[in-house]
Structures are given as C-alpha cells and as structure tokens.
Write a new protein. Structure first.
Length: 71
C-alpha cells in the first residue's frame, strides 16, 4: 500500500508545490504525521490542503484494499 500512497502523494504535491511536504525516496508514515500536525496549525494553507488530499488518498487506498475479494 505504501508505494501506491507515495505515488498519490507525489501527484498531490506536484499540484501543491509550496506545501512543504517532505518527499523522500520511500513513504515515511511518521514524517507524514508530523506534516499533518504542522498543517493543522495553518488553517486554509497550501500545506493543509495537501495534507487533507493525501489523507483522503490514504483512506481511499485503505477502503479499496478492504473491499477487494479474498481468494
């Protein structure tokens, strides 16, 4: 799931280049939590918008995973 989330985050950050999201070579969930905490303190900012979009992508990936048929 992390590679898919990383790909989604890259697309989102490309649309919000001034978000300050720390892109790395692989997904770092702890860094993402820190980013969300910082963005929460900046209501209406580009950072908050990017954080919310990445969170939405994360939830969508989780829901899609849970809805997959099991073999």
């Amino acid at each position: 799931m992390f590679p898919d989330l990383m790909a989604a985050a890259k697309d989102i950050v490309a649309r919000h280049p001034n978000s300050g999201f720390p892109m790395a070579a692989k997904w770092d969930p702890f860094s993402f939590v820190d980013f969300c905490e910082k963005a929460r303190k900046e209501p209406g900012s580009v950072s908050e918008c990017a954080a919310l979009e990445i969170q939405r992508a994360e939830w969508q990936l989780l829901f899609d995973y849970c809805a997959r048929p099991r073999s």
